[in-house]
Design a protein around this ligand. Sequence first.
Ligand code: FAD
Length: 387
Amino acid sequence: MDFALNEEQRMFQKMFRDFVTNEVAPLAEEIDGEEKLPRELLEKTAMQGFLGALLPEEFEGVALDAISYCLLLEELARACTSTAMTISVHNGLVSKTILDNGSDEQKGKYLEPMAFGEKIGCFALTEPAAGSDVTALATRARRDGGDYVLNGCKTWASNGGIADIFLVFAITDPDVEPKGISAFIVERDTPGFKVGYREPTMGLRGLTCNTLYFDDCRVPAENLLGQEGEGFKIAMRALDFARLSLSAICLGGAQAALEAGIQFAIEHEEFGGPIALKQAIQNFIADAASEIQALRYLVYHTAWLADTGATYTRDASMAKLIGSEIAMRAANKMLQVHGGFGYMKEYAIERMYRDFRALQIMEGTSEIQRFIIARDILKEKGLVIKP
Ligand SMILES: Cc1cc2nc3c(=O)[nH]c(=O)nc-3n(C[C@H](O)[C@H](O)[C@H](O)COP(=O)(O)OP(=O)(O)OC[C@H]3O[C@@H](n4cnc5c(N)ncnc54)[C@H](O)[C@@H]3O)c2cc1C
């Protein structure tokens, strides 16, 4: 058993940390306030290879292993959760899914521009009446000659405002659940497709989450990803990796909250000395640090499992469940350490508190993660459970 990062992973970690410290951290408040990522920042991340992080060299990617990729997201999230999420959706949910399931033509057409950041990805599964229950999708795709005709609406499509390539899940056969779902690559300028309303949100304000409309939108049949009816399987596999990714974002975010709390506790004085001398404050720090350390091992272990090719659905759900709760608890405790200052926009902990709340909801709520974990455990005992 070896708990150490290898030399290459340590080198990547330093490189990611340096870039994030210099280029992302100074922009975090602006990204939150302006509610968008500066285009130049995305271009700089592309130059570093971050937008082709999971793609092989053949498609101009840098082919990070899952552990190194988690280190990247962890570092990004230490500075800005919105930036980390934007990059995570582009890589893990979209370009990796095309890499894993696409035809040679699809990979040849889409992956290189995605690695260069010329095209940004968006993953559109959720609908107004189909969130946790993916089998309730209402968006339909009807085959018509050489096309599929899409009708329906998606909500909460992260990156919707900036994306060029939309991975859209729609029902092709309403009589077969969940196998009647198929996945399509939809380009932004496709007639009948419109990127609509941007959701104003409590946090993660740099992440643009939009409603998408499909009105007799004709998508060429060659844009079907995988086979007809494979959409559910494709989405679930993508979400396994997305949950691992999100747990790394939780880890980086929680660490940033802790560091902000420690710094404040050392600098801020009450009753004639730093509040860090008070045991109540030390307890906040010790509890958060211990949870973060436990999370770190869970995230890296799950990433290692992914790298070995093992099934890691249960582990990814555990990491996502625990990670999002630890991040939220860390932000809550460290905001308390800040006292009234923590409630002011001037302090980063206020933004973290708002940002982290979304992590317990997106990519499957905590309740759904608990279901996935229990289903996997009980299946081993011969009991089949339903959500
Ligand atoms: C910031 C943000 C970004 C997002 N980005 C994307 C994206 O890029 N692409 C995308 O497709 N979606 C995205 N989503 C949508 C997200 O995946 C859904 O919000 C999530 O899956 C929950 O669905 P819902 O909001 O419809 O809630 P619902 O499914 O309606 O759930 C409401 C409540 O009921 C609970 N619940 C539901 N079913 C059960 C059950 N069987 N057992 C116990 N409790 C249950 C839920 O846990 C929740 O507490 C995003 C959401 C957010 C907040």
